[in-house]
Write a protein that binds this ligand. Structure first.
Ligand SMILES: *Cc1c(COP(=O)(O)O)cnc(C)c1O
Length: 387
């Protein structure tokens, strides 16, 4: 990087907190259960290579991604663990996945046939997804008698069924749906096992790695853990459901003041002039905007912290700049270069990721994955003091 990463706007990522959140998941599910950290979407926006490096030291089973290029990025960075591509892939991505030793998850017979064709006798592993109510991918749990025989035929010769999984639609809720989906999942796996045994492949079932739980289930419903859990958001500091234990915050979003101005009453501010000074005001222009991933809807709505005190965001947020009203901070006023916190702690004040997601009318996942390539990710380790 040509300029100091903390000179304008940046994300601070606490590697120690990430590690400790992984430890919290591990304690929740117990020592027998393996962990597949999800690092899709650039590790929820924080940096896939750094995140995988930090978590590789914690003995994960492997890593979960959504796309083949994400898996390729990990391989290029030297990650040698199993990498499961958890979303269905385009047909043309099957061969590249195999070339990079990525494990595909399979939701349809056509993909499995392509994988078998490309396998060249290597019998690559695959994970089979069962749709128990999520609806977007997976083999229909109600039709196992139809799809399992052709799956098993391919698995006998050219590919290897390594894992079987499902995904909950409401793991963060306290309703009965998790239990219902889990029953469907277990029933389908039981039927698959019966059919496999009838094909004289009696050992198959016991070899399958079963997995269902995302963060919310791993932390709140450890009875669904099976052999492996797939946490994502909790690792990165996102709260996984209203009644769940909270993770340690991992991300802070900070930027610097680039200009300070004193304006007379009636002065207009920003696109659409949606803010007008009601009195003599002091405005600080901050070097961050929606082009960095600060949600535009926070204009005239959100807050920031400067010098341990809370100030309002005034006017519309532009692509590159955001203005906060610092009139009430008095003197000495913040000046050019002062640090402004949009997510994170400053003194005793704190703005959480959830505060921002709530104000923006969305979820923490979208805030995290919305940070753009322009913003440096600065990995730190607050407790252990390495940078
Ligand atoms: C994203 C994803 C997860 C992780 O979900 P979180 O809610 O972030 O813990 C787990 N499994 C699958 C299939 C996913 O797509």
């Amino acid at each position: 990087m040509s300029t100091e990463p903390r000179s304008r706007a940046w994300l601070e990522v606490d590697a120690g907190a990430l590690r400790r959140n992984l430890g919290t998941i591990r304690r929740s599910v117990g020592p027998e259960v393996r962990i597949l950290p999800l690092v899709k979407a650039n590790a929820y926006g924080l940096g896939i290579v750094e995140a995988a490096r930090v978590m590789a030291a914690e003995d994960p089973w492997g890593f979960g991604v959504a796309t083949v290029p994400e898996g390729e990025t990990l391989r290029t960075a030297g990650v040698s663990h199993p990498i499961i591509v958890l979303s269905p892939v385009p047909r043309g991505a099957v061969r590249p996945a195999l070339d990079q030793s990525l494990t595909l998850s399979v939701s349809d017979l056509e993909t499995l046939r392509l994988l078998a064709e490309a396998s060249d006798g290597r019998r690559p592993p695959f994970h089979l997804e069962i749709d128990t109510g999520m609806g977007r991918s997976g083999f229909d749990w109600r039709r196992v008698e139809e799809w399992f025989p052709p799956v098993a035929t391919l698995a006998d010769s050219s590919v290897r069924l390594e894992g079987v999984f499902t995904h909950f639609h409401s793991a963060d809720a306290s309703d009965a749906s998790v239990t219902e989906q889990m029953e469907r999942f277990r029933e389908t796996v039981r039927r698959m096992g019966e059919m496999a045994r009838a094909r004289a492949d009696g050992s198959a079932e016991s070899r399958w790695v079963l997995h269902a739980a995302n963060s919310a289930a791993a932390i709140g419903r450890p009875d669904t853990a099976e052999g492996l859990v797939r946490p994502g958001i909790f690792l990165y500091g996102g709260v996984a459901g209203p009644d769940r234990p909270h993770p340690e915050p991992v991300v802070s979003l900070r930027a610097r003041v680039v200009l300070v101005r004193d304006v007379p009453p009636g002065s207009s501010l920003g696109y659409g002039a949606t803010h007008r000074a009601a009195r003599a005001e002091r405005w600080a222009t901050v070097g961050i905007g929606y082009g960095d991933g600060l949600p535009r809807v926070l204009g005239n709505r959100g807050n920031a912290l400067i010098g341990g005190r809370r100030v309002p965001i005034v006017g519309r947020i532009s692509m590159d700049l955001t203005v906060v009203d610092i009139t009430d901070l008095g003197d000495p006023a913040p000046s050019v270069g002062s640090e402004v916190t949009f997510i994170g702690s400053d003194g005793t004040e704190r703005i959480t990721l959830e505060d921002v997601a709530h104000l923006a009318g969305t979820i923490s996942y979208e805030i995290l994955t919305g940070f753009t390539a322009r913003m440096p990710r600065v990995w730190t380790d607050r407790r252990e003091g390495y940078e």
